[in-house]
Design a protein around this ligand. Structure first.
Ligand code: FAD
Ligand code: DHB
Length: 408
């Protein structure tokens, strides 16, 4: 493991792994330090929906082969409310767009396999303890690996270490402003060995609470139920989960939810969080280390991919031309997309979930809002455009400007 590198990346989740791969392809040296072991990182159940921009950048990173073979392209979603269903047609409403169902576990496996085969260095079981000297010309990352404390010096550090990571803590008091909201409910997520009961995802509003039907493959379903905060999975034996899903997806007309063996259950709290700016001196924050969205609307992984695409282009410009212009614009560039996604995720969450404190009047307002989306192509287009996501800036594979002569 080198003792110095250009970009030290803290965290080997999707943000850190994709950034490393993009930097490697542009000739920028970097090292990834990941606290967990490979098996843990590869098994962590999370996101499932990739925007077209995320698919494009994964392909550009050389991680598109299995994604193109196994990813399920979806051209719409279904909204269910008031016992009726309404389809949001992406090509008709959002300029021919689609999304791809391909699990985050698989994205991470593909990126790890590439990185271990071709570099740059990726160290598992390397817990970063502190990032020091972000204000100076030579930051230092202190980490523990194989029972020993070690240091990595670098020109820049990128914190891709998720919401609970340490990189953000390197910023002195007052250096960042945070905006936050917690929600009065969580999700119980399950994986089941049963073919999905639908061709497209179903987002269901019901007086009993929200439910989501997603999938991982033609034979594996992924489903979520709104549950109270603090729920213990032990309170939810399999039959109770299926009965509750049946009740929440109930619709007038033909519909049947297929049941099967449940292979995983977990409870996820929900939060909105943004820290500004995404930079302090030579430290940059990306992905969940910088912002969290509640999962309704599937934006978290896509935002992480968008951040590191902008950052990789900026480091490549610095490497090729000596210009810090894109690096200096990183925070503002990303925050525009982040706040759009924050708003959309908040809207989807608060429109589809039953807040335990909400009145019957507020439930009727939610149904009126969903009815408006069903009845107005304009309102439906607003949802569709946000769901499929903004194009990446800069578009993947396009140089930001004509290449200039390298400096120095
Ligand atoms: P993380 O995935 O959190 O990775 C951070 C990494 O840093 C981890 O590997 C961690 O072990 C490591 N780390 C932490 N601390 C240290 C340290 N001190 N030293 C070294 N390493 C450290 N998003 C979508 O876009 N679409 C979806 O459909 C979607 N569905 C979701 C469903 C669920 C149930 C959940 C929980 C999330 C979902 N998300 C979704 C969000 C998405 O999973 C996250 O936004 C994404 O994982 C962010 O990636 P990241 O690399 O920034 O952070
Ligand atoms: C999935 C997760 C989401 O948050 C979402 O909005 C859609 C799908 C999933 O895990 O498949």
């Amino acid at each position: 493991m080198p003792e110095h590198t250009t970009v030290a990346i803290v965290g080997g989740g999707p943000a850190g792994l994709l950034l490393a791969r993009l930097l490697h392809l542009r000739g920028v040296a970097c090292v990834v330090l990941e606290s967990r072991d490979r098996a843990y990182v590869e098994q962590r159940q999370r996101a499932g929906i990739l925007e077209q921009g995320t698919v494009d950048v994964l392909r550009a990173a050389g991680a598109g082969d299995r994604l193109d073979r196994e990813g399920l392209v979806h051209h719409g979603i279904e909204l269910r409310f008031d016992r009726r269903s309404h389809r949001i047609d992406f090509p008709a409403l959002a300029d021919g767009a689609s999304v791809t169902v391909y699990a985050q576990t698989e994205v991470v496996k593909d990126l790890i396999a590439l990185q271990l085969a071709e570099g740059p260095p990726l160290l598992f079981g390397a817990e970063v303890l502190a990032v020091e000297g972000a204000d100076t010309g030579r930051p230092t990352v202190r980490y523990r690996s194989e029972g020993r404390d070690r240091t990595l010096t670098c020109d820049y550090v990128v914190g891709c270490d998720g919401f609970h990571g340490v990189a953000r803590q390197a910023v002195p008091e007052g250096g960042l402003t945070t905006y936050e909201r917690e929600y009065p409910y969580s999700w119980l997520g399950i994986l089941a060995d049963v073919a999905p009961s639908c061709d497209e995802l179903i987002y269901a509003h019901s007086p009993r609470g929200f439910a989501l039907h997603s999938m991982r493959s033609p034979s594996v379903s992924r489903l979520y139920l709104q549950v109270p905060n603090g729920t213990d999975v032990a309170e939810w034996p399999d039959e109770r989960i299926w009965d509750e899903l049946d009740a929440r997806f109930a619709v007038d007309g033909p519909w049947r939810l297929e049941r099967g063996p449940i292979t995983a259950k977990s409870v996820l709290p929900m939060r909105s969080f943004v820290t500004e700016p995404l930079r302090h001196g030579r430290l940059f924050l990306a992905g969940d280390a910088a912002h969290i969205v509640p999962p309704t609307g599937a934006k978290g992984l896509n935002l992480a991919a968008a951040d590191v695409t902008v950052l990789a282009t900026a480091f490549a410009e610095l490497h090729d031309t000596g210009s810090t212009e894109l690096l200096d614009a990183y925070s503002d560039t990303c925050l525009r997309r982040v706040w759009r996604a924050e708003h959309f995720s908040y809207f989807m969450t608060t429109t589809l979930h039953a807040d335990p404190a909400q009145s019957a009047f507020e439930t009727r307002l939610q149904i009126a809002q969903l009815g408006r989306i069903a009845d107005s192509p304009h309102a439906a287009a607003e949802l569709a455009e946000n769901y499929v996501g903004l194009p990446l800036t800069p578009p993947v594979g396009e140089p930001t400007r004509a290449p200039a002569a390298p400096v120095g």
